[in-house]
Design a protein around this ligand. Structure first.
Ligand SMILES: Nc1ncnc2c1ncn2[C@@H]1O[C@H](COP(=O)(O)OP(=O)(O)OP(=O)(O)O)[C@@H](O)[C@H]1O
Length: 556
């Protein structure tokens, strides 16, 4: 324990979040009030691989209060990035000029015809759209007092039954922006088969959407299904799917269900692609295509949401959307402005480990997320840091489902201070209190950069992001520099002057990450030598044991 304490000397803790660890280490108390409070509202991932709220008449009662954000009385009002507009002050817009000014104030840009006016408050929804009482109540109870800019504009658009393509920063509340209008439209449970379908790229994100949904439909016993390997292939379960209202799935899982004819999407009225640009990339596109072809309802209404929508994806989306409204909040494809972004030159690969250890010594303020470019590198980095006296864990797709759930839960609760992750965790995951994101390996695209660093600085909080770069990453530096400048971060003059990568170079990087030396304090050559020596010693031990066995047999 003493050794552990010595090695962990550089780590600083928030007392509430890391209570047990603080007691062990007598670490100084963090004076970051934001983090102090965040524990109260951090959600714990429950194992959601089951049929959502289906078994429970009142789903609320089945939930642990902690899991859905802790005691209501302790929930704090979240900062949202808007001018405060108290509900009493709500007054309808007098003319289009006022609407335009309001949009400008909220950095809302719209493209499309007859775009409905934005909201000023959630209260206004009752007047304008007869918002169902349970929704109003649940919004209040969740602590959502004021709509964020994307919610202000996207909610009325969707309530007017318009298709939408929305690009808004990470952590700006896009999930609520699409859930709220869809729940309003669904009215209540109906046993007509799935009427709303949410598609997202990872199982972790599907679970998160489910959690947010449950928060919003408390007291309305909607039947929600999060599609998993087990329930998609279970005939008994599949037969009862007709009774469900809402489906959340990753593309592959759903296509599997469609191919086995256990799932029918003919009743789907609302289709949301969350992380739309990822879902419309090669790899997912074919599956998404198949899913859309199965949504045969004439009144299907599509909605696409992401923090990044490159123009190619936008063009593709337009080809299958009906008169969509495009909404962009802030600069398009930019990072959240509450994140302080830094680029750090580390020379060679080994410079990264030196830099990270320095950071630990100087005082790392957990929770910290570290992104690497491959599973192998994630494992290697874990083996390096696990001896450095910090509570570190690693998450990637080779870990089992149960392990992934436990790791996420432990990180949310503050038991894990540093989480090493692959691209799997880059999108959508809402860890509210993450203080620092480290891009140990330079990201493969601007989109990846924006989503990775967007795991910090969420819902108006401050965050920090450090990106390490080596000589090999130099070609791609400019793309990140542009994002930094766009989002108001200081960029050294010399970086501004760097030439950007060509289209071809960008394409190459997207396909294959930069080749790197392994993550190790000793060189690969040394690792091999040590491994060879270890194997020789073991072989010699085995020979000795066999020899001894033979000798004792002879002496008998
Ligand atoms: N109106 C609101 N007021 C306060 N908090 C909100 C509001 N809307 C959403 N939030 C909170 O903001 C956080 C981020 O929301 P969400 O995960 O929907 O972001 P996002 O825009 O989808 O991010 P990403 O692009 O990373 O997926 C969540 O914890 C959510 O509960």
């Amino acid at each position: 324990m003493d050794l552990f304490r010595v090695l962990g000397a550089g780590a600083r803790f928030d007392k509430k979040r890391f209570r047990d660890d603080v007691e062990v280490f007598h670490a100084p108390r963090s004076n970051d009030a934001t983090l102090e409070k965040s524990k109260l509202e951090d959600n714990v991932v429950a194992d959601l691989d089951f049929f959502g709220t289906s078994d429970a008449k009142d789903p609320v009662k089945t939930d642990n209060a902690e899991e859905d954000g802790g005691p209501k009385s302790k929930r704090r009002k979240l900062d949202v990035q808007t001018e405060s507009t108290p509900e009493e002050e709500y007054a309808p817009f007098k003319n289009e000029e006022e609407v335009n000014i309001y949009r400008k104030q909220n950095r809302i840009r719209i493209y499309g015809t007859d775009v409905p006016h934005p909201l000023k408050t959630f209260a206004e929804l009752s007047d304008r759209f007869k918002l169902r009482k349970y929704l109003r109540k649940n919004l209040d109870e969740a602590g959502y007092n004021e709509p964020t800019p994307i919610q202000k504009q996207a909610v009325p658009i969707m309530l007017h039954a318009r298709e939408i393509m929305a690009c808004a920063p990470t952590g700006s509340g896009k999930t609520l922006a699409y859930l709220l209008p869809i729940l309003q439209d669904l009215k209540g449970p109906a046993k007509e088969g799935f009427r709303a379908l949410f598609i997202c790229p990872t199982r972790e994100l599907a679970q998160q959407i489910h959690r947010e949904l449950k928060k919003l439909c408390q007291s309305k016993p909607f039947k929600i299904c999060v599609l998993t390997k087990t329930n998609v292939s279970n005939d008994n379960v599949a037969a009862s799917l007709q009774n469900f209202d809402i489906l959340i799935s990753t593309p592959l899982r759903l296509v599997h269900g469609l191919q086995h004819e256990s799932i029918k999407l003919s009743s789907v009225r609302h289709l949301v692609l969350d992380e739309a640009d990822k879902l419309l990339e090669l790899g997912f596109l074919e599956q998404v295509d198949e899913i859309m072809a199965s949504c045969t309802n004439d009144n299907l209404q599509k909605a696409l949401f992401s923090a990044t929508i490159p123009s190619g994806v936008e063009a593709l989306a337009k080809s299958f959307m009906k008169d969509p409204v495009r909404v962009v909040i802030g600069a398009k494809n930019a990072a959240t402005e509450t994140i302080n972004q830094k680029l750090l030159y580390v020379g060679q690969e080994e410079g990264k480990l030196i830099a990270i250890r320095q950071l630990i010594q100087q005082g790392l303020r957990p929770p910290v997320l570290i992104f690497v470019q491959s599973i192998e590198r994630a494992k290697e980095l874990f083996h390096e840091l696990v001896y450095d006296g910090i509570n570190v864990d690693v998450i990637h797709s080779e870990r089992t489902k149960a392990q992934r759930d436990a790791i996420i839960q432990s990180f949310r609760l503050g038991r894990t201070w540093v989480l090493i992750a692959t691209e799997l965790m880059a999108r959508g995951i809402d860890f509210k209190g993450v203080n620092l994101v480290i891009n140990y390996d330079f990201p493969q695209s601007v989109q990846s950069y924006i989503h990775r660093i967007g795991r910090t600085g969420r819902a108006g909080r401050k965050g920090e992001a450090i990106t390490y770069f080596t000589r090999e990453d130099g070609t791609y530096l400019k793309s990140v520099v542009n994002v930094m400048r766009e989002s108001g971060c200081e960029v050294p003059e010399w970086m501004e002057k760097i030439k950007g990568p060509s289209k071809k170079e960008k394409k190459i990087l997207r396909k294959k990450p930069v080749e790197r030396e392994g993550v190790a304090t000793v060189s690969k050559f040394d690792v091999k030598r040590v491994e060879k020596k270890r194997m020789m010693i073991e072989a010699s031990k085995r020979r000795k044991a066999t020899q001894e066995g033979a000798n004792s047999g002879e002496s008998k």
